[in-house]
Each structure stands twice: as structure tokens, then as C-alpha cells.
Design a protein around this ligand. Structure first.
Ligand SMILES: Nc1ncnc2c1ncn2[C@@H]1O[C@H](COP(=O)(O)OP(=O)(O)OP(=O)(O)O)[C@@H](O)[C@H]1O
Ligand SMILES: [Mg+2]
Length: 244
């Protein structure tokens, strides 16, 4: 479902060129829940943004369902993104002058979908993410966890094949973060959603079934592990070894 080949990305800062991603190779199958970890500045967000077509690589190839997103023109890229990829960010990125239901339905309006279909789907998804009764609230009238649920609902509304989440629990306390992780994990399990989640948190990563560690621009480690909450010790050990 995702194939990354010889991906390179650098940034020019005054006279220096800084190689952020240096020959990344990666394959993710449909239905995997993958965590991307690594030190701050190791290129996790850069990689996620390139995978989602929000940023372009210097060289190399990214295929999503065999489509090279970088080869699409801007219009086709926007369409591809809207129909196939759901984004979730650490800071939710909701529109503050729109209600919960308006934020969630936004991607559907862009596609000029029938109003009744939109209403039904928004209602279903609001129920699924546990936001019933909050339809008319504005983001400022929600807790952090509820705002992240809205952004998850918005990411899901177009029925994407892939969810890209950049530190989705980064702004949440442990209890609220756990609720969001359980929601993602259920969506992954029940709907066979493919999820790539950047996280600093070993506990959050323990909800995924594979961890990719980025370091110095390349994939330092790529391990699959058992499901959900039980492997914190194992992962902690591996990460400690790597850092020592
Ligand atoms: N637009 C840009 N111009 C120049 N340098 C950039 C740009 N975007 C990112 N970088 C640099 O690329 C490196 C990787 O950034 P990135 O945001 O991908 O890191 P990250 O692993 O997500 O870090 P964090 O865990 O802190 O979010 C950083 O050193 C950053 O300074
Ligand atoms: Mg980042």
C-alpha cells in the first residue's frame, strides 16, 4: 500500500545543505498500524508530509496504492489526498469559526456531495468517535481530547485508505491520550485502516503493531511487535539500547 524507494530530502539553510532524509526505503501493507519514532529533528514530520503529498522529496519515489503522488499535478494531488488520506495533527488544526459538524463535513462539501448523504455520514461518524451532543459546539468549547476526536472524525469522513497522524496525543494527558489511542486502534482493527503515527511516546507506540525508528536520516530500526499496551517494556529496552 505504501512503497518508499530511495527517498531523499534536504534543506538549504544559508550556505549549508542539511540532509534530513537520506535514502529511506520502506514498505507498509494495507491494515498495518505503524509508529514512526526518532529523536527531535530526525525528519519524522518531513517523512509524513512527503507521504501525504504535503511536501516534495528531492529524489526517490513514494507510491500510495501504486500511485506516485509526486507525479500528479496540483489539482489531481489535492483530489487524491482528499479521497485517500486522512491527516491528524498534534494541534488538531480545526477551523475555529466552524462547529464540530461543520469541521467534520468540510472535506465532503469540497466534493459537492449530496446534503442528505453528508448529514447521515456526519451523524454516524460523530457517534463513532463519541461526540454525540457536541455537534453545535465550536472548537473553543471542547476539551483537547474532544478536539482531537473532531480531527479524527474529519480525517475519516471521506473513508480514506490511509491515516497519517503526527503526534496525535502530543498535547493530551495520559488518560485522554489513551482514549484517542484506543479509538485509533479500534478503527485500525475494525475497519482495517492503515495508520502511520509519529510519536515520541513509547506508550502510544505500544498501540501500534510495528515501530520504525528514524535516526540520522535513515531507518535505524524496523520492528513488528505484539498488540496493544503490553509491549512497553520490550520497546523501552530496544530504544534504550539504541540510545546507549
Ligand atoms: N521548511 C524547512 N526549512 C528548513 N529546514 C527544515 C524545514 N522543515 C524542517 N526542517 C529541518 O528538518 C529537520 C527535520 O524536521 P522534522 O520536522 O521533520 O523533524 P521531526 O523528527 O518531526 O522533529 P520533532 O520530533 O521535533 O517534531 C529539522 O532539523 C528541521 O530544522
Ligand atoms: Mg515533528
Amino acid at each position: 500500500m505504501i512503497n518508499v524507494r530511495n527517498l531523499k530530502k534536504s534543506y538549504q539553510i544559508s550556505d549549508d545543505r542539511y540532509q534530513v532524509l537520506n535514502d529511506i526505503n520502506l514498505d507498509v501493507s494495507k491494515g498495518e498500524f505503524v509508529s514512526i519514532m526518532g529523536p527531535s529533528g530526525s525528519g519524522k514530520s518531513t517523512l509524513l508530509n512527503i507521504l501525504g503529498g504535503l511536501d516534495t522529496p528531492d529524489s526517490g519515489e513514494v507510491l500510495i496504492n501504486n500511485i506516485n503522488i509526486d507525479s500528479l499535478n496540483d489539482k489531481k494531488k489535492t483530489l487524491f489526498r482528499r479521497e485517500n488520506i486522512g491527516f491528524i495533527f498534534q494541534n488538531y488544526q480545526l477551523l475555529h469559526n466552524m462547529t464540530v459538524e461543520e469541521n467534520i463535513s468540510m472535506p465532503m462539501h469540497a466534493d459537492k456531495i449530496n446534503k442528505n448523504i453528508i448529514e447521515k455520514q456526519v451523524k454516524d461518524i460523530i457517534d463513532a468517535v463519541g461526540l454525540k451532543g457536541k455537534e453545535k459546539n465550536f472548537p473553543s468549547q471542547l476539551s483537547g481530547g474532544q478536539q482531537q476526536r473532531v480531527s479524527i472524525a474529519r480525517a475519516l469522513i471521506m473513508n480514506p485508505v490511509l491515516i497519517l497522524a503526527d503526534e496525535p496525543t502530543g498535547n493530551l494527558d495520559r488518560k485522554t491520550g489513551t482514549e484517542v489511542l484506543k479509538l485509533l486502534s479500534n478503527l485500525h482493527r475494525n475497519n482495517h485502516l492503515t495508520i502511520l503515527m509519529v510519536t515520541h511516546d513509547i506508550y502510544a507506540a505500544s498501540y501500534s503493531d510495528r515501530i520504525i525508528l528514524l535516526k540520522d536520516g535513515h531507518v535505524e530500526m524496523d520492528v513488528k511487535h505484539e498488540k496493544e499496551g503490553e509491549n512497553v517494556d520490550l520497546i523501552t529496552n530496544i530504544l534504550e539500547k539504541l540510545n546507549s
